[in-house]
Design a protein around this ligand. Structure first.
Ligand SMILES: [Zn+2]
Ligand SMILES: [Zn+2]
Length: 262
């Protein structure tokens, strides 16, 4: 059994053939999927997908790229209220994206802080998106945890592809790391070297579909069934049997996303 801990089933590429996509995932052994929210204005569509399938769950949050458009609609109270739904298992994805920088950094930071506060208030985990923004990510997280009186934030660094410094900071904060198809890319030697050193009990796999299809589907529309290829690459990197990867990543998923019944 595998879990796709982060996908976007509401994307136009997948939603038009959703029954087929979800069935293919099940055939491939992917028994849970988390469809991740990126906007509050379209969240009801994401939640409806989670409601339509027993084995699909969702998160609520605003992606940093949407920070400029959606900031006004987002408050800590709104997030807490949406997160009360039984199918909503985490906050996010949110964080900082200085690669695209589609929204001003100050707007991204404010949004990130709002989500951290909602995660701390609910005790639910946070799905963090961070790209080219390592130092600010750590600064904001440490700052918010300090303000909360040392309360621990439960979180995953989704699509982990950052440098070793962030891996070490994430480990120290007790975070999990979720790996995408990037792990299979030819040029990802640096990422593979970092992943080799991360403890297996903190690792999960995801597709981030419809993006980042792993080899041998690179460039195609990604879908949850493809998470198997990322898991196989992880087995190769760790030098352990695939069954160990299935067990470890599934176990990590249920430990972090503990609102999902086992
Ligand atoms: Zn992301
Ligand atoms: Zn995503």
């Amino acid at each position: 059994m595998l879990v796709d801990s982060h996908c976007h089933l509401d994307s136009p590429e997948l939603v038009s053939r959703l029954d087929q996509v979800v069935a293919a995932a099940r055939v491939a052994g992917v028994e849970r999927m988390v469809t991740v929210g990126t906007q509050i204005s379209t969240f009801s569509r994401v939640r409806a997908i989670a409601e339509a399938y027993d084995f699909v769950y969702c998160t609520v949050g605003v992606h940093p790229e949407e920070a400029a458009n959606e900031a006004e609609r987002i408050t800590v109270d709104r997030l807490i209220a949406e997160a009360a739904h039984p199918k909503v298992i985490a906050l996010g994805e949110t964080g900082l994206d200085y690669f695209y920088e589609a929204a001003p950094r100050s707007a991204q930071e404010a949004l990130f802080r709002t989500h951290i506060r909602a995660a701390l208030a609910t005790g639910l985990p946070l799905s963090i998106h961070t790209r080219e923004a390592e130092a600010d990510t750590v600064r904001i997280l440490s700052d918010e945890m300090k303000t909360a009186g040392g309360k621990t934030l439960r979180a995953v660094l989704h699509c982990f592809s950052s440098r070793r410094e962030l891996a070490e900071a994430g480990l120290a904060m007790g975070f999990f790391f979720s790996l995408t198809g990037m792990l299979t890319f030819k040029k990802a030697d640096d990422l593979r070297a970092i992943v080799r050193d991360l403890p297996l009990d903190r690792l999960m796999v995801e597709t981030d579909s419809p993006y980042l299809a792993p080899v041998p589907f690179r460039g195609k529309t990604c879908e949850p069934a493809f998470v198997v290829h990322t898991a196989q690459k992880l087995a190769e990197i760790k030098g352990v049997p695939m069954a160990d990867i299935e067990r470890a990543t599934t176990d990590a998923f249920f430990r972090l996303f503990d609102k999902v019944p086992r």
